[in-house]
Design a binder for this molecule. Structure first.
Ligand code: GLU
Ligand code: MG
Length: 431
């Protein structure tokens, strides 16, 4: 990777002292403030908010969650550490979404012995100075060369374990996937992937956008959240070949819980006004509370397993939550999915039906029989569904729910009067 000599010398010289400084800082963290939970995407803070102008918390880095690479093309290395927000005495802060995810995972494990393995698959658009190319073609990838190679190298060096970067279906749309990991690490990786992708694009003079829709008629950018389970011995616990679709009974109850609470958690996993232009039938995104075997219209898709050469499906078998995008906080999104699944496990909910066919072509009675409920069609409707589901709001501190709903209602009000083209155009520049 070419880099100018002065930059190289500077980053090498800075390395030893910056390491010890980071370790020192890690003990007590850096300052943050509660009202920042009310920060809008438009660089303003909702006023009034539950926190006001007083109060201080600390951001404590988790040094096991450090993502560092000198390969983005930027003059200094990309260096990011994920962490938790705590009170000044080190106790957890109710507004820390990383802690919410850790707590949800711990409760799932305590109740069932199951640990979650996850991977976030990201789609994004690039605005660049390259010409047109056919969807998913080699030319679509090569015209952006060396973007894909640089991105893979940077993600690999950062420890994200990338799998592929591909040219996707939409015009100038790409996708990046990474290997599954422990659920908390998977959410950390999701943050790193977004930031590193943006930086590699920026260093090429381009702009990457993870907005759910860059234009109302553009192909959507989904974040597909893959999950599976291992038991206490580390053995795969998601798959049972004897059951419909291969769902183990515990996976089936988990999925039933997710579907039951899906209309309410959509506000968290698809958290912007433009998210709801994406969650429409026939968009391969998801629009009903729907579990299906390898159907891209479903909200929960049972992913394929490959048995070439006698490979074991049990370790590959996973479910994909598709009603998510990059305007959702990855920690909060996964925490909500895990909490919803845990409700299904605690209630021992039966396996949801594996739905085939097109819900929009079914009668209302047919949809009702299959448990197909249309997901909220706007952000305000999603917030109403969230507030109405007391089980879901009960997973979080009341002040957190108040902050989240207040923030998102404010976001909606800010955009009142803008047509969908203008809304997409704005989010395109913000995510
Ligand atoms: N672009 C689709 C979405 O908005 C997903 C297409 C795919 O299955 O890769 O989620
Ligand atoms: Mg895709």
């Amino acid at each position: 990777m070419p880099s100018s000599p002065p930059t190289f010398r500077r980053s090498r010289a800075a390395a030893p002292s910056s390491k010890s400084k980071l370790q020192k800082i890690a003990a007590t963290g850096v300052g943050w403030l509660q009202a920042n939970l009310s920060l809008t995407p438009f660089n303003s803070i909702v006023d009034p908010n539950p926190w006001g102008s007083s109060g201080d918390v600390r951001l404590i880095p988790d040094l096991n969650a450090r993502f560092r690479t000198a390969l983005t093309g930027s003059p200094t290395p990309f260096d990011m550490v994920a962490g938790n927000i705590v009170e000044l005495d080190g106790s957890p802060w109710v507004g820390c979404t990383r802690t919410m995810l850790s707590d949800a995972l711990a409760e799932l494990k305590a109740a069932t012995g199951l640990s979650v393995i996850a991977a976030f698959e990201h789609e994004f658009h690039i605005e660049g100075d390259f010409g047109p190319a056919h969807s998913m073609s080699l030319a679509a990838l090569r015209r952006a060369d060396p973007f894909a190679a640089n991105l893979i190298a940077a993600l690999a060096e950062a420890g994200v374990a990338p799998e592929v970067v591909i040219a996707e279906f939409g015009t100038d749309q790409f996708e990046v996937t990474c290997e599954p990991a422990d659920a908390l690490a998977a959410a950390d990786r999701a943050v790193a992937i977004r930031e590193i992708t943006r930086e590699v694009a920026r260093c090429a003079g381009w702009r990457a956008s993870f907005a759910p829709k860059i234009a109302p008629d553009a192909v959507g950018n989904g974040v597909h959240i893959h999950f599976s389970f291992v038991d206490e011995a580390g053995k795969p616990a998601t798959y049972d070949p004897a059951q419909p679709g291969g769902l183990s009974s515990r996976t089936a109850s988990f999925c039933a819980g997710v579907l039951r609470h899906l209309p309410a958690i959509t506000a968290m996993t698809a958290a912007s006004v433009s998210s709801y232009y994406r969650l429409k039938p026939h968009s391969w995104s998801s629009s009903y509370t729907w579990l299906a075997d390898r159907d891209r219209e479903a909200s929960l898709r049972i992913c394929p397993t490959v048995t070439i050469g006698g490979r074991d499906p049990a370790r590959q078998y996973n479910i994909e939550y598709r009603a998510a995008d990059a305007t959702g906080n990855p920690y909060l999104s996964l925490a909500a999915i895990v909490r919803a699944g845990l409700e299904g496990l605690k209630a021992k909910l039966p396996a949801p039906p594996l739905v085939t066919g097109d819900p929009t072509q079914m009668s209302a009675a047919e949809r009702k029989k299959l448990g197909l409920v249309r997901l909220p069609e706007t952000l305000p409707a999603a917030l109403d569904a969230l507030v109405a589901d007391k089980t879901v709001t009960g997973w979080f501190a009341p002040v957190f729910v108040e902050t989240f709903v207040g923030l998102k209602r404010h976001e909606t009000e800010r955009l009142a009067g803008l047509d969908p083209v203008a809304v997409c155009d704005l989010y395109r520049t913000l995510y």
